[in-house]
Write a protein that binds this ligand. Sequence first.
Ligand code: GLC
Length: 734
Amino acid sequence: MTKVDLKFVEGLTLAERASLVTGHDFWFTAEVPGSKKMMLTDGPSGLRKQADDADALGLNDSVDAVCFPCSALTAASFDDDGLLKLGQHLGIAAKAERIGVLLGPGVNIKRSPLAGRNFEYFSEDPLLAGRMATAYVKGVQSEDVGVSVKHFALNNRENQRFTSSSNVDERTMREIYLAQFERVVKQAHPATIMCSYNKINGTLNSQNQRLLTRILRDEWGFTGLVMSDWGAVADHVAALKAGLDLEMPGNGQASVDEIVQAVNEGRLDEAILNRSALRVLKMVERWGSEGEVSDYDKEEQHRFARQLADDGIVLLKNDDQELPLTNDTKLAVIGELAEHPRYQGAGSSHVNAHHLVSPLDAMPAGARYAQGYELTSDQEDEQLTAAALDLAKQSDQVVFFAGFPAAMESEGFDKTSIDLPANQTELLAKLRAVNPHLTVVLQNGSVVAMPWADQVPAIVETYLAGEAVGEATWDILLGRVNPSGKLSESFPFKLSDNPTYPTFDQDKNNENYREGLLVGYRYYDSKHLPVRFPFGHGLSYTSFQYSDLAVKQADGQLTVSFKLTNTGQVAGKEVAQIYVGNRVSMIEKPAKELRDFVKVELEPGQSKTISRVLPRRAFAWYNPEQEVWQADNGEYEIFIGSSVADIRLHQRIDYQLGTPVQVRLTSETYVGDMMKHQTPTIKRALQETGLADKLATILNSDNAAIFANIPLRSLVMAGISPEEVQQLIRLANA
Ligand code: GLC
């Protein structure tokens, strides 16, 4: 292929250039003289390459491929290295199948527990989502396959996703909903970004110039290609002008004719068309994959899928060491999900799984199974119930498989409830009544309400664990693997505790992010609202001690160090989480926010000292007026925890690596703020005007609190003239 550059593009006919900026068909880019076509294919948790009938929702067949755990589970590993390896495996599979760009990962924030695609997204926290996605992208692209980080941006609801407007304030957008995209773009340089269907504050994202060009390219330095989600383009000319380079899927000759006509009529600048055509050609040149499909080791990939699930599965509860199960126990395995497991999501991420191993397939010898309920119904079945209870009575321990049936959660629509089907919860209660040794294993793509949690001794969250779900589940239950997963999202006691309730999905055309920054744990933790299981929570078969916290500011950086010790009897991994609480900036802010985490493996009795540098950004908030990330000097709290609610170490610090809090005096400045943030110039101005003594007297009087809370323009109430105030302001701001 000849090297593509603008000269090459200008050598193409107008029609050829127009054919490049729309897909050739559902999965391919167009071929022009000197440049072959390239295939794009889903998905985030395994290859969905469709040989024949193409569709965007996993309805038709796709090639045999290993189905890895969904992103909800991989994020629970909090393991960057695991996500890197997942990316490498996906890259190997895509390369072998001659795919140029893999359409993933999905990095949208889990805002409401009802959102239909939460299984496919990493977290409610942008740092965790950003770190997992960055590792994943580096992994895929290390195998010479491009990615498409999606869905850019604020695609946090499925219902009316093609038209709904996500209405959000600038600071929330920057700090919560764009931050993970920003991290991936700056640290992993993804080949492409996929713009989402929805609008942001009324502007359709496929033609959102501020999002696709000003923020993505001008601010973040993205140099790749922007493609649309499938069917997201409403006005192709407007989309090209906004910075969308490739409309997918292709709309055929009609789209080519539309673009040619727009150029000929002067409605579309030819330079804009050439710019996008060049980006398509450069994508194909860099990532295009020619030649015959080849084999790759799917059994090795299956083994990795199992290991990845092992690393993410979360032990939510384990009273009196109910788990791990002992081999010599009479074990009952109950629930149709053991036989027909939920192991992947529905929609465009659907994989034609290479080798599904169900929990029933992998259950230990001697264990006995009862279906218990029907997945296709929420009605109890008397016979199934009776057989299950009978088995439970004869057994030492019961493992009950529960979860959301496939029909309940998927891409394309949102859930209406987070409750398990009634036939499962009714059976669970009856099983508990006949056998207290009851472990619940959950298979769900997103948050589930657990009103029964206090009645059972053990709960294991396996989410959608991929094709190796059976082996991984028993790895954990039997103690072959010590669980180390941590929740990447909060599990509230009930849906109505969530801050997006009851407004989520109430307005067909608008989704109003009224909770602002307080999404997920940022809400529950700031509100001191207890939850069933908090963000970052996950138990182990061993125990960990945290000690010796030290925070140092030197050489322009802040270092947090602490010691972690395995105080139990078995080896294990702990995810130590570092949260920061801003106590200085005079703005709305969550009580604390995740600013770093590290997964540490320790032998019994082993200790390690962990040392982490927190960058300036870990202390920053986005200032919309100044359009900058601002880290104010002053008081912060550093928390080290085993979850957001299980803080083990804590220290207040005076951060001095940011920007001095600039209090530019105005007549509206409050006396208290001025006195709290006295910069040297303010101190000098107070002295020179003689107001230092006057104010000291006032603020030492019984009325101190009242006077601290009045603006300078009202100091006449304290006998200070407007002229004196103006002189103070002039000197202080000099
Ligand atoms: C779908 C999804 C997107 C997927 C694309 C192609 O509608 O939103 O994630 O990559 O279309 O299947």
